[in-house]
Design a protein. Structure first.
Length: 78
């Protein structure tokens, strides 16, 4: 079950902010947190990504791909 999604504010420049906004609207029961750094600096400024439940990094080539991957994960989880 996905309980928490974390994002790096440095990653907002590649579109993660719009992904976060859409997810917050669609899934209000999930806890969303914005951090100044998640320690994924090698990808942060190039690839949209989030950290799920403190353990799993999900990336997408585009913000839309990332959004779709996360939605699919949420819907598949119990």
């Amino acid at each position: 079950m996905i309980r928490k999604i974390e994002v790096c504010i440095g990653n907002f420049t590649v579109g993660t902010s719009s992904v976060l906004s859409q997810l917050q609207e669609m899934f209000p029961n999930i806890h969303f947190t914005q951090w100044s750094c998640l320690g994924n600096c090698h990808n942060c400024y190039h690839t949209p990504f989030v950290l799920i439940n403190d353990t799993e990094i999900i990336e997408g080539a585009t913000p839309d791909e990332l959004l779709n991957k996360i939605i699919e994960l949420i819907r598949e989880s119990p």
